[in-house]
Structures are given as C-alpha cells and as structure tokens.
Ligand binder design. Sequence first.
Ligand code: NDP
Length: 494
Amino acid sequence: MTLDPHSPGVRAATDWDYAPAPESAAIGRVRDRYQMFVGGSFVDGGGDDLETLNPATAQPLSTVSTASVADVDVAVGHARKAFEGSWSRLSGAERGKYLFRIARSIAERARELAVVETLDNGKPIKESRDVDIPTAAAHFFYHAGWADKLQHAGFGPSPQPLGVVGQVIPWNFPLLMAAWKIAPALAAGNTVVIKPAETTPLSILVLAEILADADLPPGVVNILPGAGDIGKALVQHPGIDKVAFTGSTQVGKQIQRALAGTGRRLTLELGGKAANIVFDDAPIDQAVEGIVNGIFFNQGHVCCAGSRLLVQESVADEVVAKLQERISTLRLGDPMDKNTDIGAINSAEQLSRVTALAATGEDEGAVRWTSPCPVPDRGFFFPPTVFTNVSQSMRIAREEIFGPVLSVLTFRTPDEAVAKANNTPYGLSAGVWTEKGSRILGVASALRAGVVWANTFNRFDPTAAFGGYKESGFGREGGRSGLAAYLNTDDEGI
Ligand code: NDP
C-alpha cells in the first residue's frame, strides 16, 4: 500500500502485491506409479499405463496402470463375491464402523489429499483444502450415520441393497465425486466398481489406500483407472445392478440408451447452464460475491455453475461495473499458492473447448470483457471472462462452457426472469438474489431446477439432495433421497 504524497496520511490507490505462499508439493507424497485397486489388492491392469499431468505446468506428475475390458469383468466378479459373501449380510452398525473409519482417515490425511488433488486437477489449494476434502469426509461421516438406521428412514421395515453398483465419475471434483458415490452405496449395503476420469486418477487411488487401511473387506470397492471405453464396458456389464454416472449430457444419453430395457437402475447427474437471477432490491455487493463464487469457483468446472447471470435491467450497469472491478482483483496462477483464486484448466482438451466456445460469443455479437490479470506462460489457464449484450439464442447462453466464462442477460419483470431462466434444456441449479422472502419462494417454485440457492450459491452439504431435471439428469444424490437411489424400495424418497 502506498501513501499519497500530496495528502499526507491519506491512502492513495492501493498497490497490493501478495508474496508467494506456496503449499509444499512434498506433502502430497505423489508416487512415480500407481496401480488399480481390485479385490482388496493393488494390481496392474491389462491396459496401457497412462501419464497424468499437472495442468498448472503441463508436466507429467505420475504414471497410472489402467484397466482393460477383461479387468472390468474381474472387478465386477470381486464385487459380486463381496456382496454375496459378507458385505450385504453385515449389520448396518458394522458397515457404519467401516464408513466412520474411512471418514476419519480422510480427515487425518486431508492435507496430503488436498495437495494431491490440486497437483492432479489444477484447482486452487484453498478450494481443495477447504471444500473438496472436508466435504468428501463429511459424505462418509453422514452416510456412516445412516448405515444402521435404514429401516427407520421411511423406506419400509427392511430396505434391501441393490447389489453391485457401477460408478463413473468426472474430473472436476475427483475425490468429492468418489465420496459422493461410494459412501451412500456402501451405507446401503451395496458393493462398488468405480472408474475415475482419465485426467484425475490420483486422489481416488490415495482413497484406495485408506480403504485398505480401514480393512474394508476385499472387493467391496474396486477402482479401475482408465479411459471412456472402460467406463462404457463398466456401465454395460451384465453383472451390474445399478449405474451411477456424473459427467456430460452427451455420455449420459448414451448410457441411458444402452441401459434401456435392461431393468437396471440408473441415476444420471449431467450438465447444467444455471441462471443466477439478481433482482433490483438485492444487496448488490453481496450478490456480486455470489456471482463470482457461482461462476469462478473451481475455474467454472462445476455442473451447477451460475454461468448465466440474469440481472434486472435497472441495476444491470451497476452490477456489471462492480463485477468487473471485483473480478479484476482475482488472482489467477499457481494452484498451489494459498492466495490463488483461480487455478488451471484441467486439460489441454478442456482449455481448447472453453476457448472455442468463448470465441463463438464474439462471433455472435456479444461484448467480451477479460480480466486484466496476468496469465502464466505455461500450463493450461484461461482468464475470467464476462460477456454482456448476450441474447438467449447465442451458444454462450445455451451450451455448458465448463470454464470461467459468464454470460450476462437482462430482464425487466419476475415473469421474464423465470421464463429466461427456464429457457434451457438443462435444469440442475439456479440462484435468486432479492431482499423479499416471498419473491424467493415464488421464483424458486417456478424454476425448473433441482437446486435453487437464495442469496447464496454453490453450497454443498451431504444432507441435502442434489440432482437435476430435463437434460441435467435424474435421481438425487445426498440426503435421504440419495440413499433411496441405492436401495430396493418403491419410494424413491424425492
Ligand atoms: P465425459 O462425460 O466424457 O466424462 C465423464 C466420465 O465418463 C469420465 O470418467 C469419462 O472417462 C467417462 N466416459 C467417457 N465416455 C464414456 C462412455 N461412453 N461410457 C461411460 N463412461 C464414459 O466428460 P468430459 O470429461 O469429456 O467433458 C466434456 C464436457 O462434459 C465438459 O466440457 C463439460 O461441459 C461436461 N462435463 C460435465 C460434468 C458435470 O459434472 N456435469 C463433468 C465433466 C464434464 P474419461 O475421463 O476417460 O474420458
């Protein structure tokens, strides 16, 4: 900070510069090579080894053994044996003990897991440390508590597990998505075969060590690193009783088509294009923070990101000006630095997708504003970007960009806001900013979105059901409804 020489004692324009505050990569104890986790053992798979990169440097981080299609069969066999042999017969209290043990170990190894996640994914260490890892532990704690209470959850006197569950997860929240899927499945008495995303296999393989240390019976959880073909073989395997998928709408549709008529249960958590609606009576400064969190959290790699800002016309200029001012202060760069707000894009492919889709915004006539922040000259980075003058027909208003890009549209009346918010094939989440409680309730009930946040955004809790409408998928994860998705019960609990 500098003092204005012309007005002694008065602070002039600030010149903040943060000293580097890097977390130590050594805490992650990243190994040179990792193996699959199948039947309770760490084993090599029949697939080619894959090299996982640090997206902040584009340099290799580690090597991972991957599964072949034959390994899928072996893993499903182990999961079936574990289901029929012991796991489904254990009392809920015993299953709960394992889940509590896993939750405690995640908490104990939280710092290591946060570093591994940031190195492999590119997200800022402050997010992996404060959001991803604690929320992953919270999912195990929460579901551990349910394991011995299922008969009191309103699913009938004796709800039964489904059997072997096949799970496929994306790269945006690698450990959190693993916890989100594995914890309810185990609490309900199922066994699991899970495939992480190709670009982020490491944190779930550290979780495998935690599962092994917890003495989880062999085969209860099997982890198969690999590419999309392994995901496909897994979800289509005849030995699977239920599929749970999180990822793109395009792949979700393929899975739904493949499973149609098989009688196997399916939950899909797919893409989104959430509207974040700001009314003129909203606390503007608070809303600006919520808009920033809504779209720039995790570089916008969030299915429920508030990527469409709908702002009431009378306050649009004020909101956009304050937004640009605030975004200009966000620090983009080394994800391992504790002061970094925006980290790296997860892969070169995702960076080129974001770049190409953002370019269509200008081509179609929107006005582009980019944060003046410096961009590192290596690694995969994309500066925070805001488009104004956006119309509903533009691709940047319709398609999931999955990056730090915000499209701003305006409205005059609440009805217009709702109509525009719902004018999307997606329906995962939305936000409403207003001082009036009655308006929150009215607008929220008119929005076709699975989750609606009021005067906040991107809040996640294992007790709250999360899921979508329309092309955002179906089924719920978290809360009582999330448990129902892993149980044989007529009541889906939604
Ligand atoms: P995908 O849907 O392709 O990937 C999600 C997971 O599914 C990964 O583990 C992937 O494996 C696996 N997979 C790929 N193909 C198949 C298949 N045919 N059957 C079963 N599993 C499969 O998403 P991408 O990573 O390619 O991202 C593309 C776009 O999808 C993003 O730009 C974003 O818009 C959207 N997306 C949305 C997410 C969300 O949470 N809503 C999450 C991720 C992406 P592998 O990693 O090896 O390809």
